[in-house]
Every structure is written in structure tokens, then in C-alpha cells.
Design a protein around this ligand. Structure first.
Ligand code: SF4
Ligand code: SF4
Length: 331
């Protein structure tokens, strides 16, 4: 079993491209905030222009098409082919499983690297309570259809206190699905989750008791498992990805963030204006990346401090890692 912390690097970039914010579902933890991200759908010419803005480093940039639900975009297949033509390092579509507009008929398995399906419970009861009636079965059918056409598939499980109790059932669920990767994500307190007063977050003790063990059990099946570090060990150095990595979270209203935790606020570093990437004036997220605090991530302390704990002297008991720092386990 190999376990490694995936180091941040300026040599590798990720372009999280929200081509629309519309969705057929209404998940209870949805992070999309249309007031901040726009409600428009980008037309295919604009998608091509915006992909081109990031194509200078195409060979080292992973493109992830997102929404909303990206398969609701009638021209997603053309967007995929444009990204492929521009030579991006990898192309992924994140989907809720509904696979609208016959997307599997319009692209082939060589056009993309992964179709990534979201499932937030090991049982219909729990998943459908979070994601909506029928979504569990739709994801399972979607994976079967995609695998029948040789698409490489992955699964994303967003952990909160609503579903962590079922994570230990997931190794049995994924057995036989023939997926290549399993991503555990931590709930972010933004979008709809920000209305819950942080109660969705799980404690450090619960996280460490459950997540690494489940990750290893799934990895033992030959699936690469990735999960966020969240809590730094004492001997680990804190790094903010805003400084040491190249991540771009692009929204259809033209906002471009470098930190997903900032997405509920007009703190974006860049804006796409007239098809040019323009730096925004102060104060923006970059000014926050520069702050050093004993708790680690500044945005975590400002937005979702419920996962912090302090000793009697008032010092933090642990540092919170950058939300983009991941552990990866494989055999
Ligand atoms: S599928 Fe994604 S975009 Fe749609 S409601 Fe759920 S979390 Fe939001
Ligand atoms: S999550 Fe925190 S550490 Fe990571 S980029 Fe954002 S502000 Fe920086």
C-alpha cells in the first residue's frame, strides 16, 4: 500500500470550469451560490475562448467540467472536444449521474480521462435524503452505462455528519462497480451549507477514526483513493495553495477564484472581461493568502471555524491544512 501527501506544485495546474450553474437537483449541501456565481449558461464560443485563456500551460493543466450539472449543457461534447484539441493534460466531467443530452453517445472514452459521479451515502435512504429521490439508483445506472462504453469512472463522496456513519459501508458498495478512483471530500461551509451554522462538519476525532481506514480498505481493491488532509500533524508545515499551486475556479459570470473556500464572497483574484483574464483590485483572496495565523488556513478560521479547538492557554490544538492538500492511497 502506498500513501503519499500530494505536494503542491506550480508545474501542475487545475482548471475547475463551471460552464453553467443550473442543475436538475437541489442537494441539501450544494455549494453553488447563484448570487455570487451567476445564473447564466456560457455559450460554446465563450467556453472555447475561456479554455484558450488557460491553454498556454495546457500540457500541465487538468480541466474539470462542472456546473451545476455540466451535462445539462447541450454543447458539453463540443467543449470536451475543444479542450482535447487544445492539448489539456486531462479532462474530467463531474456529474450527478443523469448524463443529459446523451453525452455518452456524443463523446467516446478516449475523449475524456474520467467521468466522476457524486454519491453521498452508501444507502438509498441517506444518499437520497441529501441529493434527492432517485439519485442513488441514477448514479449506479450511470456508472454501469459509462463502464459498458469503457469510460474510466470515479466516485466523489462528500463527507458530513449526515453521512459519515455510512462511509464504512462504501468498500462493499464500490466493489464490482469497476471504478478507478474514489475521492472523499470534506463538506465546505458555503452555498447552502453555510445556512447550517457549521453543524455539518465532523470532529477531528471522528475524521481520523474513520477516513484513513476506509480509504485503505477501498484502495486495497485496486482503486486509487484521495482524501483531504484537513488536520495537520504537529511536524507538518502549513502551506496555502494560493501561494504554491495553480488552481483556477471559473464561474459563468466571469469570476475566477484561486481558493474554493472564498467562493461565497466577491474575493476572486481574477475576472474574465472581454475574453481577457484581468487581475481584480485589492482587497481580494490573494491578500488573505498572505496572512499567517497559528490556526493554519485563514479562510477556514473566518468562514468555518467550528473545526478549530484551543487549549487552556488559548493556543490552537491543531492547524487546519489547506482544503486542497490531499492524501492519496493506492496499492
Ligand atoms: S448535483 Fe451538484 S450542482 Fe446540482 S444541486 Fe447537487 S451539489 Fe448542487
Ligand atoms: S483553503 Fe486556505 S490555505 Fe487553501 S487556498 Fe484557501 S485560504 Fe489558502
Amino acid at each position: 500500500m502506498q500513501k503519499q501527501t500530494v505536494a503542491f506544485s506550480k508545474d501542475s495546474s487545475n482548471l475547475f470550469f463551471h460552464i453553467l450553474t443550473r442543475c436538475n437537483l437541489s442537494c441539501t449541501h450544494c455549494y453553488i451560490n447563484r448570487e455570487q456565481h451567476g445564473a447564466n449558461t456560457l455559450d460554446i464560443d465563450t467556453i472555447r475562448d475561456w479554455l484558450a485563456l488557460f491553454s498556454k500551460k495546457a500540457a500541465q493543466t487538468n480541466v474539470i467540467f462542472l456546473g451545476g450539472e455540466p451535462t445539462l449543457h447541450p454543447d458539453l461534447h463540443l467543449a470536451v472536444k475543444s479542450a482535447k484539441g487544445l492539448g489539456f493534460k486531462s479532462i474530467t466531467i463531474d456529474t450527478n449521474g443523469y448524463l443529459f443530452h446523451d453525452i455518452l453517445d456524443k463523446i467516446c472514452c478516449d475523449d475524456i480521462d474520467f467521468l466522476s459521479f457524486s454519491l453521498d451515502g452508501a444507502t438509498r435512504h441517506t444518499n437520497d435524503a441529501i441529493r434527492g429521490e432517485g439519485t442513488y439508483d441514477t448514479v449506479m445506472e450511470g456508472i454501469q452505462k459509462a463502464r459498458a462504453r469503457n469510460f474510466s469512472c470515479s466516485m466523489i463522496y462528500t463527507v458530513s455528519d449526515q453521512n459519515i456513519h455510512e462511509l464504512e459501508l462504501m468498500p462493499d458498495i464500490v466493489r464490482g462497480l469497476d471504478i478507478d478512483r474514489f475521492f472523499i471530500q470534506v463538506i465546505g461551509i458555503r452555498g447552502k451549507s453555510s445556512k447550517t451554522d457549521g453543524k455539518l462538519q465532523v470532529s477531528k476525532e471522528t475524521w481520523l477514526n474513520i477516513i484513513p481506514g476506509v480509504a485503505e480498505t477501498i484502495a486495497a481493491q485496486g482503486i486509487i483513493v484521495t482524501y483531504p488532509k484537513v488536520f495537520l500533524d504537529e511536524d507538518e508545515t502549513f502551506q496555502c495553495a494560493g501561494h504554491v499551486a495553480d488552481n483556477y475556479f471559473v464561474f459563468p459570470n466571469g469570476r475566477v477564484y484561486q481558493c474554493p473556500v472564498c467562493e461565497d464572497f466577491p474575493l476572486h483574484s481574477y475576472e474574465i472581461k472581454h475574453n481577457k483574464l484581468v487581475a481584480t483590485p485589492k482587497i481580494n483572496e490573494k491578500d488573505l493568502f498572505d496572512l499567517t495565523i497559528p490556526e493554519g488556513c485563514v479562510m477556514n478560521k473566518m468562514i468555518q471555524p467550528q473545526n478549530l479547538a484551543y487549549n487552556e492557554s488559548g493556543d490552537p490544538e491543531h492547524k487546519i491544512a489547506c482544503c486542497m492538500l490531499k492524501e492519496e492511497i493506492s496499492i
